[in-house]
Design a protein around this ligand. Sequence first.
Ligand code: SF4
Length: 246
Amino acid sequence: MSHTGRIHSLETFGTVDGPGIRFVLFLQGCALQCRYCHNPDSWDTQAGTLRSVDDILGEIEPYIEYYRRSGGGITVTGGEPTLQAPFVAELFRECKERWGLHTALDSSGFCEPSHANALLNVTDLVLLDLKRMDREGHRELTSQPNDRILTFAKHLSDRGSKMWIRRVLVPGWTDGVDELIGLGRFIGQLRGVAKIEVLPYHRMGVYKWQQLGKTYPLEGIMEPSPAEIERAYRLIDQGIHSAAAE
Ligand code: SF4
């Protein structure tokens, strides 16, 4: 019998979460509470809709040729997908066996490595969000310290997983000089990082906080300019090179 997962939503034509055109599955449940989260309705582990792996495979099947021809595949995101690792592992295994699809896992990395190994065995690419390097700052931003996340990143590096590292750039929160150089230094010590993406903080999820009756915690913070994004890439790069020089 196939596993059942708690699903938040799905998208059949995703273009921003991994290479090519992708089927993007958003899972329900997350243990973090990022101040900039644009899906706060995905936090509750008991909400969402229960659906089986077979059911989701049926949603993917009509679009397989689009995904394959564009060099795309499937991305599972959230919420936090590693909270439902056995479900995602079965889904990825089936996608590979049936159609040879490329599989990507978009994770905060807030996960015990031992819980994710079976899933990582059938994952071609991990999109790993490193939200903030300093421990206390991370707690302030997300409600949790980052020890587990940094350990998970090292685990991915040790096992040779291919990664894209992502940083959401929030002015005043995640864009300090030391912070970005520190991120670069950390990335410089990892193997398997194929790409770094600095993603501009955006306010598109604000209405969801309002709908849930929650106070939006980043009121007054502006979206970063293209020049600020470029500066962030430069500082990260500086950190990577200083790690390489050591
Ligand atoms: S990890 Fe993702 S889903 Fe969870 S709170 Fe942060 S931004 Fe939202």
